[in-house]
Ligand binder design. Sequence first.
Ligand code: AMP
Length: 285
Amino acid sequence: MILFKKAIDLRKWLDTQQGKGKTIGFVPTMGALHAGHVSLIDASEKQANLTVSSIFINPTQFNDRRDFEKYPVTLSKDIDMLEEAGCDVLFLPSVKEMYPDGITRDQSKTYDLEYLETILEGNYRPGHFQGVCQVVHRLLDIVRPHFLYLGQKDYQQCMVIKKLISLIGMEGSVELVVCPTLREADGLAMSSRNMRLNAEERKKAVSISKALYMIKYDIKEGNLEPLKQKAKVYLEENGFKVDYVGIADANDLSSVKVWDGKQKLVALIAAYLNEVRLIDNMILT
Ligand code: AMP
């Protein structure tokens, strides 16, 4: 695996490869890698000629400073995992490399994400998706991949990036590939933030996926509010502070209060176990 720290060096290398007709698959990450990340690398290897991954803990997408400061860093283990997975290139930029003009957000460069910015994660993490767009835009400009691999684990983020790709006019050149969420044996969605859970919290954490399965199996036509309420109470009984339990149209994330039995739905949860905020989602129908 080749490691690049400078965008200009990576770009030069990619120019040569693309000149030879190689297709590029790209897997952006914030490190603290787990099997979920590796599944994205695997998907890229199957489809593209070369796989590029990046590790960059993007300061502009953290609305909570403590979350940023506590974000797990396991770089040498990450490099081993990527090598073992057969990743071809790791891009490991500094903050200066990603934000040559500094990290303060230039308000004139706001991405028009419409309602996606104000619902669910957007509502509870103000500015988060602008930060995500800022970094992914820069990464796409540098890597110019043919395929971009993202995890369904971050359902709303996938929709935001789809919108970003259209806003920056890259629809024709990059294909977004959404990969399924990998789970631990007990059902907990794999996440870098799981590393911050102590043993007791780790046991409780599975309640999020249990609540999603509960919704999936109990759902029936009509008013969905009681089902959401039941899931919320279940999470609270298991020690969570709930940001939201949402049931939405799987295609556009608009909230669904009364189900007609036909619309394709997704349930989404965000909740805190003490200091650690976890998210998960599940397609229901
Ligand atoms: P992160 O490093 O958490 O920013 O995630 C990098 C990419 O990995 C994102 O596209 C995530 O959606 C994806 N990802 C995170 N957790 C999982 C998981 N459990 N299964 C599949 N993909 C995941």
